[in-house]
Design a protein around this ligand. Sequence first.
Ligand code: ZN
Ligand code: ZN
Length: 319
Amino acid sequence: MKPIVDMHTHTFISVCSHDETANVQNFIDKAAEVGIQVLGITNHCWDSRMPGASPWYAKQDIAWVKQIEKELPVDTKGIKLYIGIESEYCGMSDTLGISAEGAAQFDYVLIPHTHTHMKNFVMPRDPIYNQTAGVVEERMRAAFPEVSDRQIEKWMSMNRAADLEVIMGGKPEPDYPFLADFLCKSFVGLLNNEEFQKVLQTVPAIVAHPFNAVGYTLEQKGKMLELISDEKFIEMFTLMAEKGVGYDISVTNFKIEDPENCQMFRIIKLAKKCGVKFIFGTDTHSVAGLKNASRSTQIFELAGFDKEDLHPLCRDFVK
Ligand SMILES: [Zn+2]
Ligand SMILES: [Zn+2]
């Protein structure tokens, strides 16, 4: 069995896609070329029924992502096509970006708990960043004695992590225990979120790229996961399986050439043991990125999966 599945993709409707050719027809054409058997399109979406959208999300409401319906081709070239969304879960405030009513308008929903690049929205700044910001703020006060404290604070609030790195001469090491703790709390927080229970009654729900802290390198992600024990993962994945929540394997985050030293392989094997069901996704934002979908076959084999480990949404369509 060689499943080639890509159920996490973004077209140009997602405002972070910069590929103007990323439309459904071009995705189908490329998917057929790559041999993809199941394709799911999951643009970013925040349901306006749910309070708390960031300015970036506010525009990408249900009506916005529904524009995709105008693009649906008649011929899907034998590929099973789903239209889903990738919504949001903000662990720091226990806020979900999709209501059950909104979710009902799609084939499935992906919900990430690890958009850890969205600071002060999905997760708080880590203590090391705050220290760094404190040093930069002091230097700014010294450099601009004539500028008011209020103005300096305003400047600081506009700084991104990358700006601070320039001033500090490099990236500070992340606070790994802080991040590992956040990953676990936000995962369990999502599974137990009140609105999420209603979503689960409505459509298949899948955690987008679990435990994959966006904005950090693969090495850094590995260091966070090393701090989480097998027992802790088993406890969390047992809850996931009990609730029937699926797992989105983010194929570009796996070290296929060195699976023994890849934390992502360790955790999907634990999830499999707990009875969790999986999909695969490239999380591409361009047509070209669909080529990575072939990695799903390799991960399926290296993790020792069989057909029963696949989520019902893709199980019956893979070969
Ligand atoms: Zn994501
Ligand atoms: Zn995505």
